[in-house]
Write a protein that binds this ligand. Structure first.
Ligand SMILES: Nc1ncnc2c1ncn2[C@@H]1O[C@H](COP(=O)(O)OP(=O)(O)OP(=O)(O)O)[C@@H](O)[C@H]1O
Length: 232
């Protein structure tokens, strides 16, 4: 299973996105500044946009989904119960997991944005997808929820999960790093080797590397552990 971008180019006015590279099974992390082209690439990978030239090949990908930054875009159910069921997963189990058991009969739009985002992500993660594309999955979540999402993403097995984000503070351990700069998609490679190439790494990683520490992954915990190892 893999998603391959073969000389993909997409143009919109002055903006051009270019990508060549392969997304293998595992957890991919794509960062870039506001307006750099992250959402455009997410839409191309999920097949919601077609390239102007080149092609996106999805080999052995049968079930795929894209999570938009705004959870409201996904709502189709009249109640929280119907909304969870629309993902084809168990409503009671998902609601319990996000503390919304007593809200099952409420209108999804009666939830706070953070609650709706949690509900949407939990419904997605309860399902099975070969390709899961997540655009800004951490937005609207508080620190505790971001940590929980990180652990859930890290334990996901079997498919291709691609996270697009500009967040730097609470990050999951990932397999592969990418950067988007003014429409150019850069394949930084597998972690940990890719860390040395990550220009927009979070400050704690930059500082760890400047001290000569060698974090094994991109989380704050990895940076701290590397620091302890170096002291030993
Ligand atoms: N529907 C659209 N019509 C015209 N221009 C668009 C449209 N969507 C995005 N753009 C432009 O395309 C470029 C890339 O946008 P894109 O949304 O992919 O960036 P991004 O990295 O996801 O940004 P953000 O971090 O703000 O979500 C930007 O210059 C943006 O203004």
């Amino acid at each position: 299973m893999q998603v391959v971008c073969e000389d993909v180019r997409f143009t919109r006015g002055e903006f051009t996105l270019s990508c060549t590279g392969t997304f293998c099974p595992g957890l991919h992390f794509v960062t870039g500044r506001v307006g750099s082209g992250k959402t455009t690439l997410a839409l191309l990978l999920a097949g919601l946009l077609d390239p102007l030239s080149g092609r996106v090949r999805r080999d052995e990908v049968e079930r795929l989904t894209l999570s938009f930054q705004n959870p409201e875009y996904h709502v189709t159910g009249a109640t929280v119960r119907a909304e969870i069921r629309s993902y084809g997963v168990d409503a009671a189990g998902v609601a319990a997991g996000v503390g919304l058991t007593d809200r099952l009969d409420d209108d999804p739009f009666a939830l706070s944005r953070g609650e709706l985002k949690r509900l949407h992500l939990a419904s997605l993660l309860a399902g099975e997808y070969d390709l899961l594309v997540l655009d800004e999955p951490f937005s609207s979540l508080d620190c505790i929820q971001k940590h929980r999402l990180c652990r859930a993403l890290e334990t996901r097995r079997g498919g291709i999960t691609i996270i697009f984000t500009h967040e730097r503070q609470v990050l999951p351990a990932v397999d592969h790093l990418w950067e988007v700069e003014e429409g150019q998609v850069l394949d930084l490679g597998a972690v940990p080797e890719a860390l040395a190439r990550w220009r927009h790494a979070p400050q704690y990683l930059k500082e760890a590397r400047a001290r000569g520490d060698a974090p094994e992954n991109i989380t704050f915990r990895d940076a701290m552990e590397a620091r302890c190892r170096t002291r030993d």
